[in-house]
Design a protein around this ligand. Sequence first.
Ligand SMILES: N[C@@H](CCC(=O)N[C@@H](CS)C(=O)NCC(=O)O)C(=O)O
Length: 201
Amino acid sequence: MKLIASKTSPFARKVRIVLAEKNIPCDFIVDIPWDPDTEVPKFNPLGKVPVLVRDGGDTLYDSRVIVEYLEQVKPWPMLIPAEAEAMIEVKKWEALADGVGDAAAAIFIERKRPEAQQSTDWIARQRSKIDNGLAAMNTSVEGPFCMGNSFTLADIAVGSCLGYLDFRFPEIAWRDRYPALRVLDEKLATRPSFAHTLPEA
Ligand SMILES: N[C@@H](CCC(=O)N[C@@H](CS)C(=O)NCC(=O)O)C(=O)O
């Protein structure tokens, strides 16, 4: 299997952490979808990373489909609970964390445009999604993990999102306002799967 991704994408990091936690061998092909010579559109018509290329050559996207696939390929350690309510809860965490990542990525892209073309309203709208999303996560963390004693995909999604904010928007200083997320993040940072996948340019 091959994972096509950038080293900065929070969505790709989610997949990389799942691969590491499950100890699934996978080649990592770095491709930045914004580069003029990117090959990502050959593998994903949406031109986005991550993309998983299976051994037979077919491709899977997006990150949520890929992590679901990996859970089926290797169910242990279980990262998506089998019990229906818990499974939906994990997916909701993932949607929330990915949504914050989407909003942060949208601001990053907007700020790359010439200053005169940037929309401050659009940036403010995305920023409120980040703030509201972080506040919702902070009040929902049960501790020590998102959903109590079990480490799940919820923690992987939240940790990836927080790591992206640190990387692109250190000025948000989320640790000062969201103590439950700070404690969670400190716990997650001790796992080799998180430590070895920190975003880098
Ligand atoms: N929902 C997608 C989001 C993927 C995504 O937005 N990836 C960004 C990198 S962080 C990307 O490839 N953007 C390129 C583009 O939008 O053209 C997922 O979970 O995989």
